[in-house]
Design a protein around this ligand. Structure first.
Ligand SMILES: C[S@@+](CC[C@H](N)C(=O)[O-])C[C@H]1O[C@@H](n2cnc3c(N)ncnc32)[C@H](O)[C@@H]1O
Length: 215
């Protein structure tokens, strides 16, 4: 699927929006869940506690390219931009065109690039954005409801898209995704965050350093 440069409308700053109130974000999210339950995978966006705990794992000072899979209404997107260095880029990839258009209209930040497409094509999107590899990839994609083969492809492509030492950070209601991560990442760990509806697993998979570089 192609990356679509949408026609820009007048936008608000990150964190605010013309219709970006808490309630309108929840309304937009819920409507999309009714339309595409398997693609969205959740009735409401992630909690602020989950967002903070996931993003606290990131070494922001050394982050130049951060990739987000499944930004939805921007629950993580805005806090990522709040933490990202001035010369960093956030590449947000979502399969749902309504979410892509919503983010394009709501967030005005030159560091943000929103593209419509599948996370399985992450390496092509990174190349089109003028980068080689990502420092971090964060995912809210519902792996347990993806079509056959897509979850495994996304995890394998994400490992290739990360720089050595880079991390794939996943928030998820179950450990289902581990079956795709364990064959391709050497270092996978997970923890539970109760303060989310429902409680959520926080999974971290690190791409091992190249032996030549480590020596
Ligand atoms: C549970 S929502 C997460 C929304 C938001 N990040 C949050 O935390 O509240 C899952 C998101 O993944 C997107 N998605 C599903 N499959 C995808 C795929 N293959 N590639 C990219 N995005 C995908 C959906 O459109 C949706 O925005």
């Amino acid at each position: 699927m192609a990356s679509i440069p949408l026609k820009k409308t007048k936008k608000a700053k990150a964190g605010k929006g013309k219709s970006g109130s808490f309630l309108s974000q929840w309304g937009m999210f819920f409507r999309q869940f009714i339309k595409h339950p398997g693609m969205i995978g959740s009735v409401i966006p992630s909690s602020a506690t989950l967002v903070d705990r996931m993003l606290d794992q990131v070494d922001w000072r050394n982050t130049r390219l951060f990739v987000e899979f499944g930004p939805g209404v921007g629950t993580f997107t805005r806090p990522i931009l709040d933490r990202l260095p001035a010369d960093g880029m956030l590449l947000a990839i979502d399969l749902n065109l309504d979410f892509v258009a919503y983010l394009e209209a709501e967030i005005d930040d030159p560091r943000l690039r929103v593209v419509h497409g599948s996370a399985a094509d992450v390496r092509r999107f990174i190349k089109e954005a003028g980068h080689y590899q990502a420092d971090y990839v964060l995912s809210g994609i519902p792996f347990s409801t993806l079509p056959d083969g897509v979850g495994a492809a996304i995890c394998a492509e994400t490992r290739r898209a990360l720089r050595p030492g880079g991390a794939f950070l996943i928030y998820q209601y179950s450990r289902y995704v581990l079956r795709f991560l364990n064959p391709v990442f050497g270092d996978v760990s997970d923890a539970l965050e109760w303060r989310n509806i429902p409680p959520c697993r926080m999974i971290r998979a690190v791409r091992e350093e190249d032996m030549a570089q480590a020596a």
